[in-house]
Write a protein that binds this ligand. Structure first.
Ligand code: ZN
Length: 78
């Protein structure tokens, strides 16, 4: 799998403020699975979840708004 491939189930990604500043790949990922939509910030770990039918009015706007303001850097894994 190419390194820049999206994880399974991810339907939208938004670069965070920190990513914009650092030029790194830190995103808020919106994933759909089992009738639920979940937005997860890969910088700070915050989440927003709702039923898929409400994703466009809750989860997506949360993901966009969070990505625009989140300056968190993920903990290094190596
Ligand atoms: Zn965040």
């Amino acid at each position: 799998m190419p390194e820049n491939a999206w994880p399974a189930g991810v339907v939208a990604r938004y670069l965070t403020k920190a990513a914009e500043i650092l030029g790194e790949d830190i995103t808020v990922d919106v994933a759909e699975a089992g009738g639920r939509a979940t937005a997860t910030c890969r910088g700070c770990g915050s989440e927003c979840r709702n039923d898929l039918m409400y994703a466009n009015v809750t989860v997506l706007p949360w993901a966009i708004e969070h990505a625009e303001t989140c300056r968190a850097m993920p903990r290094p894994t190596a």
